[in-house]
Design a protein around this ligand. Structure first.
Ligand SMILES: *Cc1c(COP(=O)(O)O)cnc(C)c1O
Ligand SMILES: [Zn+2]
Length: 413
């Protein structure tokens, strides 16, 4: 695998050969960045060649990924990514923005952004001949791994907190995973998963632990570059809004933009804005203190996908904002619910952790952090069907009426 050169520890900077480590830095537990051979890639690939690809999924970026082609043609594994991009005119006008895009990753095979990471993980699992894959998850990462594992005929074991929304748990079970609902929170499920993987020799997908998840998530940055930045010939940095829990989506997207920069294909590094729920804001707290030390919180938010005590990819997630002139913004659960309703009026159904990114944009505009001519893209990371209870709480209930025209007329008043 010539394009995959080495791993680089995000804490101490140590460099490891691909066969030397599997998960985190043996010295300090730091997350590992995958280093690619950019010269070799540039010799065989150009933006125009990439853009001409007829593979409309994350697999169009295979030359920029540290895995080989997993095959699995004709399965959901091949349809991850290349998600729709919208330009909501009325919403842009309401916010007073000249350029606004929404990218709907709820349109992935298992209905969340997590498919990007899980698809790459399965490709890696095939290479290292790992039969059983395992992850801790608040729901979406597990559903994504279970779905991709089913598509590729691998066995999946998923640990989720017993409070995970029923629709997410149903997905895990329908995909045929072995599911354990942990009587504890996500952080406890996370630690148990690592112990179990060690004990039973399972290949562990945990976010902010396995270096390949960020490599999958970076494909969203590649798509944004192709669909918005390169296509539109943007002459200023794009402002990208992403919701943040463990911090692996934002750090993965940062990695993707850094790859493009290293290849010389990116004129302006996008500014990355991480949005956290007020009740789960460990990274935003560190950002506000201008400190790289991330202290755990007692997470409490209805946005379950970003409810995290100790972010597992906090350091790189923090740097995604500090190194791109971005920022961290927190929003309340009420703002998150209001954002579900507002996105719904554009025909977009978002789960709470996905509407969080939009709630952050609304706040950034109000506070003058984003100016009218700043181009903005909001990542919608998961579908509203994932958490129906939250969706119902975001709107007024429908009236129940007698089946008569009279009753209807009365209700219409
Ligand atoms: C996982 C997830 C996030 C947050 O990603 P992190 O890598 O944990 O920061 C945001 N939105 C949705 C829908 C998710 O499933
Ligand atoms: Zn290290």
């Amino acid at each position: 695998m010539s394009k995959f050169k080495s791993y680089h520890c995000s804490v101490c900077g140590a460099v490891y050969q691909p066969h030397e480590v599997t998960y985190t830095c043996p010295k300090d537990g730091g997350n590992l960045d995958v280093l690619l051979d950019y010269d070799a890639i540039n010799k065989s690939l150009s933006p125009d060649k990439l853009i001409a690809s007829r593979e409309f999924s994350i697999w169009r970026y295979l030359p920029l990924l540290p895995v080989e082609d997993p095959g699995c043609y004709g399965t959901p594994l091949r349809s991850v990514g290349w998600t729709p991009l919208y330009q909501p005119v009325a919403l842009a006008e309401e916010l007073g923005l000249a350029h606004l895009w929404l990218k709907d990753d709820g349109r992935n095979p298992t209905a969340s952004f997590k498919d990007r990471a899980s698809a790459i993980m399965i490709a890696r699992a095939r290479e290292i001949k790992a039969e059983v894959v395992v992850t801790a998850s608040t729901g979406n990462a597990g559903a994504a791994l279970a779905g991709m594992a089913a598509a590729a005929n691998h066995k999946a074991v998923i640990f989720a907190p017993k409070t995970a929304p029923p629709a997410k748990v149903a997905q895990l079970l329908v995909f045929g995973a072995r599911v354990f609902l942990v009587d504890g929170n996500y952080d406890q499920a996370f630690d148990l998963t690592i112990l179990a993987a060690q004990e039973f020799g399972w290949y562990c997908r945990n976010t902010g632990y396995n270096p390949f998840t960020a490599e999958g998530k970076k494909t969203a940055a590649f798509e944004i570059w192709e669909q918005v930045i390169y296509a539109g010939n943007l002459e200023k940095p794009l402002n990208v809004f992403v919701s943040v829990g463990d911090g692996n989506i934002i750090s993965g997207m940062h990695k993707g933009f850094k790859d493009l920069q290293a290849l010389g294909w990116l004129k302006y590094m996008p500014r990355l804005f991480g949005i956290q729920a007020e009740g789960s804001a460990a990274i935003a707290n560190a950002f506000n203190k201008r400190n790289e030390e991330i202290n755990p919180v007692k997470a409490n938010t209805l946005a379950d996908s970003i409810s995290v005590d100790l972010p597992r990819d906090g350091l790189r997630a923090l740097r995604a904002a500090t190194q791109t002139d971005g920022s961290y913004i927190t929003v309340s659960d009420n703002e998150i619910l209001a954002a579900i309703a507002r996105l719904g009026k554009e025909g977009i159904f978002a789960e709470p952790a996905a509407s969080t990114a939009y709630a952050g944009l609304a706040k950034a505009v109000k506070e003058g952090i984003i100016l009218p001519d700043d181009p903005v893209l909001v990542m919608i990371t998961g579908s509203g069907l994932k958490d129906v209870k939250a969706a119902i709480n975001s709107i007024q209930p429908a009236p129940i009426i007698e089946p008569t025209l009279e009753a209807l007329k009365k209700a219409l008043k």
